[in-house]
Design a protein around this ligand. Sequence first.
Ligand code: PMP
Length: 389
Amino acid sequence: MLSRPLVMIPGPVEVEPDVLAAHAAPPRSHLDPAVIAAFGRALGQLRALLGAPDGQPFVLAGSGTLAMDAAAANLVERGDRALVVNTGYFGDRFGAILERYGADVRHVGAPVGGAPAPEEVARAAAAAPPRVVTVTQVDTSTGVRADVRGIAAALAGSGALLVVDGVCSAAGEDLRMQEWGLDVAFTASQKAVGVPPGLALLVARPRAMEAFRARRSPVPSYYADWTNWLPVMEAYEAGRPAYFGTPAVNLVMALDVALAGILREGLDARVARHAALARACRAAVRALGLGQVPLSDAVAAHTMTAPRVPPGVEPAALCARVRDGGAVIAGGLHPAIRNAYVRIGHMGGTTPGELLATLGALESGLAACGHAVEPGAALAAAARALSPA
Ligand code: PMP
């Protein structure tokens, strides 16, 4: 029996035992041959994860927000126009970061739970050509998945740099930098990659690196400046250590193990597994008579589900009762609907059994909050969705 409830929020997520073991080992020197080897492998595996054989990977100690900060700090100069494809809280955050670095920011959005169509993004970009376009592939505040591939195709030839926030999607959703023509994509260790929190993982493809090299002004963030980190990343990948800031050695060792596991599973198989879990979770939520934040299945994430709570049920109370049943789920985050929904993460190594346990806890939690549910209804719907046709 687990000594603690299952962690089923949209990050941090449950961590596989081999990854935990790497993380728990006594810290080695950042000059240790085993660390150099693991760091080098992790950088190459990150390129493979994001489908960017021509990309420059960066692994930095920090959270996902550092990756957003680094993308903006290195690519934007005062007065540049930026277009944020906004599907929720993390689009707002990207806009704020870009503004902090002096960008003139516009947003192209949709009603809560929706995503703008690629043609709308292309129209907004044509009206005021931006230097940078950002897209949040899955906005964790809404569970909405943007059509990154379609947006990239609609912007092809526009000259804008396309930056994808894959924090709640990479390693769970299809994300192919080179094939789709993305210039920067990033994630963080604690999401579908399945490592404890603490690493920002970013890949910049050649157009982004060229734009960075052609800057007229210094990067206004000292820590995030690629000038400082590029020699470090290049050295570790070449099998040599280099120093700018002490790497998070244990997290890097854990990342190497996690990425190897992801590539062993296979990206297509992993994406299909996430899609199957998401279908099952949505079927269960429907069987409970609950709505969902995404306005259609076509824009619903595969890494998380965002059920609306029934009238009279407080999200905080529901989360507490679900926890009593053995699973931790999250409350709302989007300011406009914060008290109307909860969030269930099913990314990384999540198994069907873990999802079913969570749905069982959701059923009993709803009942404890006074919302009548047919016992087993959600579980049956999920099990049907999970069983091979
Ligand atoms: N972008 C998205 C889509 C996220 O889900 C998150 C974290 N929930 C972030 C950015 C920021 O990451 P962090 O909390 O690790 O700073």
